[in-house]
Design a protein around this ligand. Structure first.
Ligand code: FAD
Length: 375
């Protein structure tokens, strides 16, 4: 049994804490915030994220029973600058859930599994000073984007709309809009996140990659305003909004090549290890899965040096190919017409439509999309 400190109790830290405590380790989960705590996010819990939390014993029926707010998602909508769009139905379960509610579910699983929780802010430079390196056999850095490398920036707002003003499809549809004003890779989203009551909560936001952001010459708040003013779906909704919360900005740590996820006793997971999808900004699935695999690295290794080596190996074998394929697609997608082409192809071929939607939802790895279309 090892003594393990996990710094950061988001999806990555709670997943690692759950699996390590279940396998008998003495786990201290440390976060600078007490729970329940919010996290600025699109609140999209993709099909892959739903699959990943099943490793923590959380299934869709638990979400419907335990979550105070949620929206089941049955359609994935992709649109380009008001011109062309495709909505693909899905039979596999995806959800949107406010992170305040979702992260609490994961936190409770980690505590029930035996993690001890401390509210404390810990910075990398403090690890030696605060004696963490001496007191613990392993430190898992799960501090999210503050410990990773920032590659993108996003902003989200909550809008409240009367249920009767939304169609049944809108209540269960995750919409992604590639609007030209957001660059080739940037996008706006409209997600329903709480649909059980008369007032429906929607999460509306935009995300833009730093390499494009620097050339756009507008700040992210202006980009959000432009999206709302120019996008037809957002405009239509705005006319129905009963109340809205001001938008909030937060950075993202998307994938990068040649990533090193272990440094001596310290193993990085989730956003701290830049595991977010470089095309969609979806990071919850990989955060939870990295917690699962880092626990395997700890359990299958006898010394800290071997644990570090094994975590790097498991990272490379389970995440790297898909993230690299995403980065290659991003590098290839240089012009706006490519977004039109993608959606045009989806409209022509049901097989392409399903594969692309499933790739966006994380069910089909990017490196397998082209190969699977041959069958
Ligand atoms: C606007 C926006 C929209 C997004 N939309 C989606 C989406 O729809 N779907 C999706 O899957 N992903 C989305 N993401 C990405 C997703 O939020 C992250 O990938 C995910 O939260 C990563 O989980 P994590 O556990 O690694 O980090 P986090 O969830 O960020 O958790 C890190 C934890 O560490 C704690 N912490 C930080 N610093 C310290 C410190 N010094 N000491 C102690 N504790 C500390 C924090 O309080 C926090 O609880 C979005 C991101 C942004 C910014």
């Amino acid at each position: 049994m090892s003594k393990i400190a996990i710094v950061g109790a988001g999806p990555a830290g709670c997943s690692a804490g759950y699996h390590l405590a279940k396998s008998g380790h003495d786990v201290t989960l440390i976060d600078k915030q007490g729970f329940p705590r919010d996290k600025i996010c699109g609140d999209g819990i993709s099909i892959e994220s739903i699959q990943s939390i099943s490793t923590m014993g959380i299934y869709p029926h638990d979400i419907r029973k335990l979550a105070s707010e949620y929206a089941p998602i049955h359609h994935f909508f992709l649109g380009v600058s008001n011109r062309i769009s495709h909505s693909e139905p899905t039979t596999l379960e995806a959800y949107c859930i406010p992170r305040l509610v979702f992260d609490q579910l994961l936190y409770e699983r980690a505590i029930d599994a035996g993690c001890c929780f401390l509210t404390q802010s810990v910075h990398k430079n403090d690890w030696q000073r605060q004696g963490l390196l001496d007191a613990f056999d392993t430190i898992i850095d799960a501090r999210g984007v503050s410990a990773g490398e920032v590659t993108a920036i996003a902003i989200r707002a909550y809008w409240m709309v009367k249920r009767q003003d939304l169609s049944e499809t809108a209540l269960a549809e995750a919409q992604i809009h590639f609007d030209r004003s957001l660059g080739v890779n940037g996008y706006g989203w409209i997600f329903p996140v709480s649909t059980q009551h008369d007032l429906v909560k929607l999460n509306v936001g935009v995300g833009v990659w730093l390499d494009e952001y620097q050339t756009l010459n507008v700040n992210v708040i202006q980009l959000f305003k432009q999206f709302i003013q120019k996008n037809k779906a957002a405009q239509q909704l705005l006319s129905k909004v009963v109340s809205q919360q001001p938008p909030k900005v937060f950075p993202l740590a998307t994938a990068k090549k040649g990533n090193k996820v272990a440094d001596g006793k310290v193993l990085r997971i989730g956003d701290a290890a830049n595991l977010t999808d470089p095309l969609t900004g979806e990071g919850i699935a990989n955060a939870v899965l990295s917690g699962f695999y880092v626990a395997q690295a700890v359990n299958m290794s006898r010394t800290p040096a071997v644990t570090a080596e094994n975590w790097q190996y498991l990272y490379e074998s389970h995440f790297e190919a898909d993230l690299r394929a995403g980065l290659n697609i991003k590098a290839f997608r240089k012009f706006s017409f490519m977004n039109y082409l993608l959606i045009w192809l989806m409209k022509q071929s049901p097989r392409v439509a399903q594969q692309v939607s499933h790739a966006v939802a994380g069910v089909v790895p990017y490196n397998e999309v082209m190969a699977s279309l041959k069958y």
